[in-house]
Design a protein around this ligand. Structure first.
Ligand code: PLP
Length: 438
């Protein structure tokens, strides 16, 4: 691990910095020679987490009947089986009639919602966003809190939606900025939100931010949508678990129920890629989506939905505590190393999430790409710098997303050690280069 003197790097003499730079370079050369192949990029569950859900296999024991007698093996049930809709409603804190239980991916549901709003309209005839922009000769725009989730950005790019970054604070998006932007531009039609253990900062939106987001559609142009991606709704490390204010009652109070859609999935509860995804919206939104869905499919995989309900009903909290027991030590390993390496050095900041899948790390401005490249040269793959920003462009070149869940604990430790060495070395080189130039 890095030898941390607790004096800010910028205050050390050039001689001391050069000596430290030589030391770090030698250490990294040694590590390169070890031929490491470590990866901190993937926000995926590790094999031992997946194994927690192996009982899904065979859980039905030949009993495919739903509570209402329907045979789950046959066609039908476009909005999902009642049991699964009720399960999704319990996570998203709404009623089952407002929930669609879909296939294996909430991202597909997000794409479905945005695509429907854009091309067909979620609010009845003539409400497609496309109609508005074609008449005005402009583009649809979305607000993207940054750093944020790259696949949200991919959905926007794939549908030619322009992305406007807005800063994240530790309590959620900067709402002054959000409100002023949507008030000024009626073609801003949506905002991406990951309200609990946000990807990648890990923050939980405060009551005030949630309340302001619930009211946001009243300030925006017509047909605005809050996309509430609650992917980490139950992914807590600690007990008692931190609370996220429930969105549904705030929407009802603000009269904006037709302008928000919530999403979640079991991707990081059971099997990533073979779970069940959910969305929740007002009766009008569910009806519009049902119509569009009926052109896409006869119905979702009801057998998988039934397996999930039988497996998770009444034991979700206990199951998530088992995940937490496996994930927590990996987060701790990263956070301890960051603290040891950087406390007092004045060259880095990072988040300390109480749940979710990510740590967001900020270097000095201008070196994130260099850190990622240097780590790669030593055999440690990090998420590309910039990935947490629309169009892959971090204007300050400083944010790096760390995803500790997938590798084994020893690998997380080794990869973080390399990472801290690379950050310190790049920071020193930048300070030295600036001194030489001044
Ligand atoms: N939403 C967020 C914020 C995520 O971080 C992820 C996965 O990393 C997803 C959605 C993916 O969800 P799903 O597997 O249900 O498509």
């Amino acid at each position: 691990m890095t030898d941390a003197l607790h004096e800010p790097l910028a205050q050390r003499t050039t001689e001391i910095l050069r000596a430290r730079s030589r030391e770090l370079t030698a250490r990294l050369d040694q590590l390169r020679a070890e031929g490491l192949a470590l990866d901190l990029t993937r926000g995926k569950p590790a094999a031992d987490q997946l194994a927690l859900s192996n009982a899904l296999d065979g859980i039905l024991h030949g009993d495919y009947r739903l509570k209402d007698g329907t045979d789950a093996r046959n066609y039908g049930g476009l909005l999902g089986i009642p049991e699964a809709r009720a399960f999704g409603a319990s996570i998203l804190d709404t009623t089952p009639d407002r929930v669609i239980a879909g296939g294996n991916s909430s991202l597909s549901l997000m794409h479905l919602v945005v695509d429907t709003a854009l091309r067909i309209g979620l609010w009845g005839a003539g409400s497609a966003w496309q109609t508005d922009v074609e008449a005005a000769g402009t583009r649809i725009k979305f607000l993207c809190p940054v750093p944020g989730y790259d696949r949200h950005f991919t959905i926007c790019e794939s549908l030619d939606i322009e992305m406007i970054p807005v800063p994240m604070t530790e309590h959620g998006p900067d709402m002054d900025r959000v409100e002023s932007l949507v008030s000024a531009d009626p073609f801003i039609k949506g905002i991406w939100c990951v309200p609990k253990y946000s990807n990648p900062t890990g923050c939980i939106y405060s009551d005030t931010v949630t309340q302001r987001l619930a009211r946001l559609p009243t300030r925006a142009g017509k047909h605005f949508l809050v996309l509430w991606d609650n992917a980490y709704a139950v992914h807590d490390f600690e007990s008692p678990t931190p609370r996220l204010t429930s969105l549904a009652p705030l929407l009802a109070a603000a009269g904006t129920e037709d302008h928000a859609v919530q999403f979640t999935s079991t991707s990081k509860i059971t099997f990533a890629g073979a779970g069940v995804a959910f969305l929740a919206g007002s009766p009008l939104i569910v009806k519009s989506l049902e119509k569009h869905l009926s052109a896409i499919t006869i119905g979702p995989d009801k057998v998988n939905q039934l397996r999930h309900v039988r497996f998770l009903e009444g034991r979700l909290t206990a199951h998530m505590q088992q995940h937490a027991a496996l994930i927590r030590p990996k987060f701790q390993a990263v956070l301890e190393r960051l603290e040891y390496a950087f406390t007092g050095l004045g060259v880095a900041t990072w988040t300390k999430p109480a749940g979710g899948y990510f740590i967001s790390f900020n270097t000095l401005p201008g070196i994130a790409k260099r850190v990622v490249a240097r780590a790669r040269a030593v055999g440690v793959t990090l998420t590309p710098a910039g990935a947490t920003f629309p169009y892959g462009k971090d204007p300050d070149d400083r944010n790096i997303r760390i995803a500790p869940t997938f590798p084994r604990l020893e690998d997380v430790e080794a990869a973080t050690d390399v990472f801290t060495l690379c950050v310190e070395l790049e920071s020193i080189e930048q300070i030295l280069a600036r001194r030489a130039a001044s």
